[in-house]
Design a binder for this molecule. Structure first.
Ligand code: SAM
Length: 277
């Protein structure tokens, strides 16, 4: 399928040029005939074609009506391929899961629109109950952030939250020359596995809030960022004690604190509300 009109920059449209690269990406997703695959940002369908060769069912999400028209025409005769015109950030990933009525979770594939890579990642985490794996083309810089080690500049909120709820691997990098139009940045294909055993955060929303607040001012210590956490729900002293019990030094910055320590801290805080002691 040819792309009609000029690529729309505001929609992050950088199309893959090489069918062999599409094969490599889809191969990494380990798709079988029993799988339902949701593709994020199907574009002109270069990945859709490869996914449809292997999957039992494909749900191709695309927001651009011109591209949706083309995809619908291309797949009109194939009931296994459903084209859905929707914003991925509003898409309910439970929809295909519910309709199908079995227990097998979804696989996700996408050369994602780069302007919303991190929100897409968080949305998939939010639906991880129904998602098994995701193979995604992202900016290399984001891939490095998601897989960073504590104590490095790339280590941040998505790293910690991602590490607690999934396992992330960089599979290979991709140069700008593989896309039309050429993006300004290098890209990487990552595989996100939502099946990994993770340290249990008792209250996931509280855990995410603790991590976000701890990183809110990167130059400050975790203690300084968190001392008013909860807006009065916790006493300052309780927070200081919770840090000590989680093994987080009073002078530590968030970028040096490992994901399991953040989980311990959030779990202690979830038990220690004012009046609970
Ligand atoms: N899959 C195609 C390929 O590899 O050539 C296109 C990839 S392109 C990087 C990203 C695609 O996502 C574009 O087709 C764009 O229109 C679409 N897109 C952008 N924002 C979207 C959104 N919020 N929801 C769904 N699709 C979106």
């Amino acid at each position: 399928m040819k792309v009609a009109g000029l690529p729309k920059k505001r929609l992050g449209q950088t199309f893959l040029k090489e069918p062999s690269l599409a094969v490599k990406i889809v191969h990494a997703a380990d798709i079988s005939g029993e799988d339902t695959v949701v593709e994020i940002g199907a574009g002109a369908g270069i990945l859709t074609r490869e996914i449809a060769k292997r999957a039992g069912r494909v749900v191709a999400l695309e927001i651009d009506p011109v591209l949706v028209d083309g995809l619908e025409r291309a797949w009109a005769g194939d009931p296994r391929v459903l084209i859905v015109r929707q914003d991925v950030l509003k898409y309910d990933f439970r929809a295909p899961f519910r309709e199908r009525g079995d227990e097998r979770r979804l696989k996700i594939v996408g050369n994602v629109p780069y302007y919303i890579t991190t929100p897409i990642f968080f949305r998939l985490l939010a639906f991880r109950e129904v998602v098994e794996t995701a193979v995604l083309m992202v900016q290399k810089e984001v891939a490095l952030r998601l897989t960073a080690q504590p104590g490095t500049k790339d280590y941040g909120i998505p790293t910690v939250i991602g590490a607690v709820f999934s396992g992330i691997k960089i599979l290979f990098t991709v140069p700008p020359s593989c896309f039309y139009p050429r993006p300004k940045v290098e890209s990487a294909v990552i595989r996100v596995d939502f099946n990994v055993p993770t340290p249990a955060a008792r209250d996931e929303a509280l855990f995410a809030a603790v991590v976000r607040k701890a990183f809110s001012r990167r130059r400050k210590t975790v203690w300084n960022n968190l001392r008013d956490f909860g807006g009065g729900v916790y006493r300052e002293e309780e927070i200081r004690k919770a840090l000590a019990e989680s093994g987080i030094d009073i002078s530590a910055r968030a970028e040096t604190v490992s994901p399991p320590r953040f989980v311990t801290l959030a779990n202690i805080l979830s038990e220690r509300m004012v009046g609970n002691d």
